[in-house]
Write a protein that binds this ligand. Structure first.
Ligand code: BG6
Length: 510
């Protein structure tokens, strides 16, 4: 039978009743923290306003600070917490608070009783979804205590079910990530574990797959024959925003490269999946990670550059350098900037450099993937035009100014044959991406629906750390002596240019 004539498997499209998740009670550990306030509750409220939450839905915030349900409801940003907004009122009636210590087994038993006691209320469900939004150091304790209190996914299979969302950072090296995987794997089945990376929830990130695999024209040229190199940039104007203690333990490599940037890289580099389902896609992503040539500790000076911002003017204001930030060691050698060159050793990408750079306090916020094609093989117009013929560039603009553009050479109107670089430009409908936080909406909804496509699988997390560990090892053996080495509002340390120029490349001017 012609495959086109086969009946397609039913899929639950947005807007169909099946798209709404099953009844669910979401328990957030770390409910008094920043993530809950800035991202999770606003995302849930927005889903509620769009009618995308199940009718039976409630949130239980779990944290140490004693607080009433009412006080918990009042914690959320003024713009959504208007007592006069009837929608907020009916949503916030579903928010509850439970005060407990992550380290106390007994508090988890009490939580279990609390949840059981509430099951008769119309907003409560026995189908539980846990969200670990605490500092990562307490994740293991929480998972252990969930199991001791009979709340793990494996224990609740016949009692309504339980899943768990684990926030990044997932471990701080391969060893700790593997141990967290083991621990969570004892309490939950892999299909109950959702390792979140909010980049995967971004519309423009998901669009990379649509661009590549819903169009016929890109695939034939998406390889080493036609692509010269790829540049992935995650530039931020912001500094560390009061997160000194966290950042001192993390640094840019762990904070952004290990997760967001390696995710972007795999979406660009993966083979077409055999189906659009969680495992088919994640199989292909894991293959890319496995094919990336690890940078050995003794190669870090050849393939990586570290940087740290110093004090100085930033958009007209004097700002502190990283070392002057609160809870940062005055001689800290933690990197706020990193540039890396990777190679993917497979047939598609052999010898094509993938350059990644990320940094804090750069001149502006921009995340993009630039696919730089090879030059035209013969410069036919050279005699007629003094414009230097540029190679084609496909730009995937992740944020802001979300869109896709293709740079090409064209004739400048007029006598003679003068060439000029022009751009075909597509911009996303601003209404579709206006909500910066829609990534959390999408991912929370998917976790409630049990769809793991946009979450990292156990093997993926470990493969990604396998690439990061040797870089850290090399860096630790050879601490940098020149920090801070870039001024705020500049594009990072000079050495980052050298990483590309030795291959005859240069960073895109943003
Ligand atoms: C987070 C990092 O995961 O991603 C932050 O911890 C970073 O340091 C942030 O600022 C960037 O996310 P976004 O969505 O603002 O690009």
């Amino acid at each position: 039978m012609n495959p086109d004539q086969m009946t397609p498997a039913p899929i639950h499209r947005e807007g169909s009743p099946e798209f709404i998740p099953d009844p669910c009670t979401l328990v957030i550990f770390g409910a008094s923290g920043d993530l809950t306030k800035r991202k999770l509750i606003p995302a849930l409220f927005s889903l509620f306003q769009q009618g995308l939450l199940p009718k039976t839905f409630s949130v239980v915030g779990f944290a140490r600070t004693p607080m009433s349900h009412e006080a918990f409801r009042k914690r959320f940003p003024v713009q959504i917490n208007s007592e006069f907004d009837p929608e907020w009122r009916s949503f916030s009636d579903r928010l509850f608070y439970f005060s407990g210590d992550f380290k106390e087994e007994n508090d988890f038993r009490n939580l279990s009783q609390f949840l059981e006691g509430k099951e008769k209320l119309p907003a409560f469900s026995s189908n539980l979804l846990f969200y670990l939004a605490t500092p990562p150091s307490v994740y293991p304790k929480i998972i252990e205590n969930l199991e001791r209190a009979g709340l793990s996914g494996k224990q609740r299979e016949s009692k309504g079910g339980a899943r768990i969302i684990i926030e990044k950072p997932f471990g701080r090296d391969l060893k700790s990530a593997a141990s967290l995987n083991r621990l969570s794997g004892q309490a939950f089945h892999e299909n109950q574990i959702f390792r979140i990376d909010h980049y995967l929830g971004k519309e423009t990130v998901q669009n990379i797959l649509a661009l590549r695999f819903a169009n016929g024209i890109f695939e034939p040229i998406w390889n080493r024959q036609y692509i010269d190199h790829v540049q992935i940039t995650v530039a931020e104007g912001l500094g560390i925003e009061g997160r000194g203690a966290y950042y001192e333990e993390a640094g840019a490599l762990r904070d952004v490269v290990q997760n967001h940037m390696l995710q972007l890289l795999t979406l660009v580099a993966m083979e077409p999946p055999v189906a659009l389902d969680a495992d088919a896609i994640r199989d292909e992503k894991v293959k890319v990670w496995r094919a990336i040539r690890p940078i050995q500790p003794n190669e870090v000076n050849q393939y990586t550059v570290r940087g740290q911002y110093g004090p100085g003017p930033f958009h007209g204001q004097e700002i502190k350098g990283y070392r002057q930030e609160e809870k940062v060691h005055p001689n800290s050698t933690v990197e706020t900037y990193v540039a890396v060159q990777f190679f993917i050793d497979n047939w598609r990408w052999s010898q094509v450099p993938f350059y990644l750079r990320t940094g804090k306090r750069l001149p502006r916020r921009v995340t993009e993937v630039a696919i730089q094609f090879k030059r035209a093989p013969h410069l036919l117009f050279r005699r007629f035009s003094d414009h230097t013929q540029q190679p084609n560039l496909l730009l995937l603009r992740i944020q802001p100014d979300e869109g896709i553009s293709l740079q090409f050479e064209a004739k400048h109107p007029g006598p003679g044959i003068q060439l000029k670089s022009e751009t075909l430009d597509f911009r996303f409908n601003p209404r579709a991406v206006v909500n910066k936080d829609s990534a959390y909406e999408r991912l929370l909804l998917d976790a409630m629906r049990g769809d793991q496509t946009l979450f990292t699988r156990r093997d993926g997390i470990e493969e990604a750390w396998t690439l990061i560990d040797p870089i850290i090892e090399g860096w630790e053996k050879d601490p940098p002596k020149d920090l801070p080495n870039y001024k705020a509002e500049t594009w990072g340390p000079r050495a980052a240019d050298g990483l590309l120029s030795k291959n005859g490349h240069q960073w895109r001017q943003l």
